[in-house]
Design a binder for this molecule. Structure first.
Ligand code: FAD
Ligand code: SF4
Length: 327
């Protein structure tokens, strides 16, 4: 690990102003960043500790939604009574991730910004366009069983690893950002970039910008939600495929549904194709399969990861069954 300076911020404006200098990185729980610094993948000149910032509250918004501070720990969010009652998909996604110890440290902002687990990104001996733009992509001809099938490019096929972000995508979360030029609010669906020819650019944040909180809109009464994750072992493992479903039904008809997939996309993958295929239709297995086919229609597999297409379809069908089953 290269030498770095350490600073601590206790108020938001000070953090933003300090982070506008070159080479400064915020550190929250540190469960992604410190690992990557030890591997020499991230090499900030200065670590700016934001653990004292007053961004730790989970509050109701005036419209009945939820406002989640960027420093709310994943454990606290998963066990919050409003989240468990009104947004169970979020609690389920959080509890399916990492381990209790990591969730006690990991924060809402840091979880959204965690980097890919691509083994070639994490090992500086290999070519990686995301870590070293223009150097190539060792995963293309390497071991790519864990890699993405949706949103890929010839420059990068890395999967976005977050479970929480997949649930937030289906909940139509909005990311609230404060930076040197002021405040802005970005729907999560517009927050991440697909890799294209610039895989090193992962999201809309610019230098000095801090995520201050995330909001979730209120859900109509009777809305049900569910998160299902498929992985190689039952805990402490990233998704091979996952599905988040937020559904409102009327009788046996799906009135409104929001669908996102994890483990298969270069970003947490909202599938409007699947939503359109299902809205207004009967909640039947046949329609669920049609929606799942629509979600994976654009998939581009490589030699080790074609199995993810069928796995993701089955995961989504199962999640749809649960989220639309009569209460
Ligand atoms: C062994 C292991 C297993 C894991 N398994 C899973 C899993 O199954 N599912 C899953 O979803 N995740 C998993 N994770 C990842 C874990 O969820 C993330 O490491 C964690 O959520 C990151 O949060 P943090 O607060 O520690 O981020 P940090 O490491 O502190 O920061 C991550 C990045 O976010 C930036 N950042 C942090 N907060 C802000 C902010 N407010 N504004 C702007 N930038 C900010 C930092 O500068 C850094 O670039 C695992 C991690 C480990 C180590
Ligand atoms: S898939 Fe992306 S992150 Fe992995 S080696 Fe290729 S360019 Fe790097």
């Amino acid at each position: 690990m290269q030498a770095f300076q350490y600073q601590r911020a206790s108020e938001v404006e000070g953090a933003i102003s300090a982070a506008s200098a070159a080479g400064v990185k915020f550190v929250a729980g540190g469960t992604t960043l410190i690992d990557l610094m030890k591997l020499n993948v991230e090499r900030p000149a200065t670590l700016l500790d934001i653990n004292l910032l007053p961004l730790t509250k989970i509050e109701r918004t005036p419209d009945g939604g939820l406002r989640i501070g960027a420093m709310v720990r994943n454990s606290d969010l998963a066990h919050d009574s409003s989240v468990q009652r009104d947004y169970p998909v979020l609690s389920q996604a959080l509890l399916s991730g990492a381990s209790p110890q990591i969730r006690n440290m990991a924060t809402t902002g840091g979880n959204l910004l965690q980097r890919t687990r691509c083994v070639y990104f994490r090992d500086t001996a290999y070519a990686c366009n995301k870590r070293d733009p223009g150097s190539g992509c060792a995963a293309m001809d390497g071991w790519n069983r864990m890699h993405a099938v949706l949103g890929t490019s010839e420059h990068c096929i890395a999967t976005h690893p977050s479970d929480m972000a997949v649930a937030m995508m289906a909940l139509e979360a909005v990311v609230h950002i404060r930076g040197p030029k002021g405040d802005r609010a970005v729907p999560l669906d517009e927050f991440y970039f697909v890799p294209g020819s610039t895989p090193q650019r992962e999201n809309v944040l610019t230098p000095g910008e801090l995520i201050v909180f995330v909001t979730l809109p209120p859900l109509a009464s009777g809305t049900r939600s569910y998160y299902l994750k498929r992985r190689d072992r039952a805990s402490y493992e990233f998704a091979l495929a996952s599905a988040a479903v937020v559904a409102q039904t009327s009788g046996s008809r799906v009135q409104r549904v929001r669908i996102a997939l994890g483990g298969v996309g270069t970003k947490p993958w909202r599938s409007r194709e699947a939503e359109h295929a299902l809205e207004g239709r009967e909640a039947t297995d046949s329609n669920f399969h049609t929606a799942a086919d629509a979600a994976l229609r654009g998939a581009r597999p490589l030699h080790d990861n074609a199995f993810k297409i069928e796995l993701a379809k089955r995961t989504l069908v199962r999640a749809l069954r649960v989220a639309t089953a009569a209460a």
